[in-house]
Design a binder for this molecule. Structure first.
Ligand SMILES: [Zn+2]
Ligand SMILES: [Zn+2]
Length: 228
């Protein structure tokens, strides 16, 4: 990226604009998220956060998304037009623990050359805990795990358990075959069966895993908030 002659002028403007926390587009509350959104003029960011959350994005991913929006805004304010994927990559280099010190130093220097006050942007980055509090306390958002997500989870586990059972059958068959061929065991035409069942010690219901999944458990009362 080129640092052209305008860099310093823009840099100064950015510095003064960023001390102003309130009033501008994006300001809505005074928590760290609201203050950062206000300072960088991220209009509509709160609505988008809420939408994405309801779209089942994790709060951790949302915080990273928000921080990348901050970084993008900081770059754009200096007149830099980030190329595709550049902000994502910069953010990763700045924050990922696996990145080596040299790469991080170069990325920060590059941002400085572009007129970005790196420390200021980094100070604005929010944790997923902070973002969660903003969603719940400031925006009053609530998150119900949706029906579709539950369905998907059950089917994912159904597939895993099925393939585990099939593997157990195959391995056991091989064992029986080899032992039989070595005359270590004597058996006619053998079939291996693996039944996986769940017994609830509270209500005593005993069901095959397929039934258990189909009926979403046993006769016990469903807890008010299923934990994960
Ligand atoms: Zn807030
Ligand atoms: Zn039960």
């Amino acid at each position: 990226m080129s640092g052209d002659g305008n860099t310093h002028t823009y840099g100064t403007l950015v510095g003064s604009a960023m001390t102003d926390n309130g009033g501008g587009p994006g300001s809505r509350c005074s928590c760290k998220v609201g203050a950062a959104a206000g300072a960088y003029g991220l209009a509509g960011v709160h609505e988008r956060l809420e939408e994405r959350w309801h779209g089942d994005e994790s709060v951790r991913d949302l915080a990273a998304w928000f921080n990348r929006e901050l970084l993008r805004a900081a770059l754009e304010r200096t007149g830099t037009v980030p190329i595709d994927g550049e902000v994502d990559n910069l953010y990763r280099v700045l924050t990922d623990d696996g990145v080596d010190v040299g790469s991080r130093r170069r990325a920060r220097q590059r941002l400085r050359d572009d007129g970005v006050t790196v420390e200021e942007v980094e100070d604005r980055f929010v944790s997923h805990q902070t973002l969660y509090r903003h969603l719940v306390n400031c925006l009053g958002a609530t998150h119900e795990p949706d029906r579709e997500g539950t369905e998907e989870r059950v089917e994912t586990w159904r597939d895993r358990i099925r393939s585990l059972r099939n593997r157990t059958v195959r391995v056991t068959e091989r064992g029986v075959d080899q032992l039989s061929a070595a005359d270590a065991v004597h058996v006619g035409s053998a079939d291996v069966l693996v039944d996986i069942s769940v017994l609830c010690e509270d209500c005593g219901e005993f069901s095959g895993i397929e039934t258990f999944l189909d009926e979403r458990g046993c006769a016990c009362e469903q807890p008010s908030s299923p934990d994960e």
